[in-house]
Write a protein that binds this ligand. Structure first.
Ligand SMILES: [Zn+2]
Ligand SMILES: [Zn+2]
Length: 481
């Protein structure tokens, strides 16, 4: 492990830099693979798993890109069938890289007990794909102990290896932090390795306990069961609130659990001309953090990698966030660790609805207390939220009451005021860059919370007319036009 770790440090330290705006050395993360084309590929939906192509703003159009389109009703079934075939091919290719003998030997050495790895399970049972990004290969020891080997999906939608390696390090560091500093239930990590030529297992992995229990999202809960889970979650919030950090970013060093590195959120990743990663952060202030992320999004819009069909409006929204919205927030540190993918399948429960584990911390980062302690996404009233309604759902209100009842008035306040953070996070990074309507709803809903009623725009058209007037002569807008 020491050798692997040594190479990790070299890869990552050479790659991390902070930058704030379009740098002349910044390159697209991926280049269009259409013959002769050298344009930037569109982020996310410009990566096609079916034809394994990266597609630019021109070639992603169906005039050029002939794979079935999931947005067309008549092509949905063909799309699903071809995606499924692509996925099986991806899993087969990934698992063929796993040196089962080396993995078994490594696990057996760590426990001094013989071990068996069942790769077929992962291929036949695609339910073992966790969170859409990772495969969990079961390891069974001769004495009945069960571990899993967590391997990251690898396909055309994956970020560069230097980034996925950083995610492994970050997840391990976060698990170690939680296990050593808190009583939050997390699986014990027994071993890990990044993807590298010296990794004899063949792929980057994390070896961890297989926890009993099933994801919370697989259950329909009674009010009593819901309350039981929320009580335990309020304890998790209280524990996280005991551990302040001075910077915003991700834990990245499994050997130094106090060190905060850059943010790893997928949409913030960039590369320089030599293919090194350019990551944002770590940040010493919330202002620095927000500005860097918004400017990066403006950069992606300019480079035709994001919001390609609505780039003028998406640009105006992000300019407005930068110039008008941020100054309305005062977010002093310190900062706190947050599970950034808290949609419910990260919580494992037993039959009595005891939380037996909280998993999938790969995107976890430190952030402002208001963002860290807003209600988890799984408690939102989703139809209400996505319709643009800013009122809290019943579960959020109940969660805030539970926190208040246990004496955590400040945390309860963050849940009660959490809608601002949910909207802001969606506007900056959380939304789907291909789905402009979601951004539009989140942005107007955000303005309706933070502006005094006399200033709040009633409609999108009203706001847009004002924004257009404000930025008509702006050089950046002129460049887009
Ligand atoms: Zn395709
Ligand atoms: Zn192209």
């Amino acid at each position: 492990m020491a050798d692997v770790w040594g190479s990790i440090v070299n890869v990552t330290e050479a790659s991390y830099r902070i930058y704030y705006f379009l740098s002349s050395t910044t390159m697209p993360l991926f280049i269009c693979t259409s013959p002769g084309c050298k344009e930037s590929a569109v982020r996310r939906y410009g990566s096609c798993r079916i034809c394994k192509g990266y597609l630019c703003v021109k070639h992603v159009d169906q005039k050029f890109h002939r794979c079935p389109n999931w947005q067309k009703r008549e092509e949905v079934s063909a799309y699903k069938a071809q995606q499924a075939l692509a996925e099986i091919a991806e899993i087969t290719a990934l698992l063929s890289r796993v040196n089962v003998g080396a993995l078994c030997a490594r696990a057996a050495t760590l426990r001094n007990v013989a071990c068996n790895v069942n790769l077929d399970h992962s291929l036949k049972n695609r339910l073992s794909v966790i969170g859409g990004f990772n495969y969990h290969v079961p390891l069974t020891f001769a004495d009945g102990v069960a571990w899993i080997c967590r391997i990251r999906q690898n396909n055309i939608t994956s970020t560069p290896t230097a980034h996925t390696n950083s995610l492994i390090l970050s997840e391990v560091a976060t698990y170690r932090f939680l296990a050593s500093k808190t009583k939050i239930p997390v699986p014990a990590v027994h071993d890990f390795a990044i993807d590298s030529p010296v990794n004899t297992v063949g792929v980057g992995y994390i070896l961890m306990d297989q926890l009993p229990g099933t994801p919370l999202t697989e259950h329909i809960l009674t009010e009593e069961q819901k309350r039981r889970v929320m009580e335990q979650m309020s304890d998790v919030y209280a524990q996280l609130s005991q551990h302040p950090f001075s910077k915003i970013g991700c834990l990245l060093n499994p050997e130094d659990l106090t060190a905060v590195g850059p943010v790893l959120e997928e949409s913030t990743v960039d590369a320089d001309a030599d293919g090194n990663l350019l990551l944002l952060g770590p940040f010493e202030s919330a202002r620095e953090y927000r500005v860097a992320l918004i400017q990066h999004q403006l950069d992606l819009i300019l480079r035709r990698e994001s919001y390609i069909k609505n780039r003028i409006d998406a640009h105006l929204i992000h300019r407005w966030l930068l110039d008008d919205v941020l100054e309305r927030f005062s977010e002093p540190g310190p900062f706190y660790l947050k599970h950034m993918d808290d949609k419910g399948d990260h919580i494992l429960v037993n039959a009595a609805f005891d939380i037996v584990g909280i998993i999938d911390w790969e995107w976890a980062q430190t952030t402002t207390p208001a963002e860290a302690f807003g209600a988890p996404v799984y408690l939102l009233d989703h139809p209400r939220f996505y319709s643009g309604d800013n009122n809290l759902g019943d579960d959020e209100v109940a969660f805030a009451r539970l926190l208040a009842a246990r004496g955590e008035a400040e945390l309860a306040g963050f849940v009660n005021g959490g809608r601002v953070q949910h909207r802001l996070a969606h506007c900056i990074t959380g939304g789907e860059p291909g789905n402009f309507e979601v951004l539009q709803t989140d942005f107007i809903s955000l303005l309706r919370i933070i502006l005094p009623p006399t200033e709040a725009p009633i409609t999108w058209d009203q706001w847009r007319a004002g924004a257009w007037e404000r930025y008509a002569q702006d050089p950046q807008l002129q460049r887009l036009l």
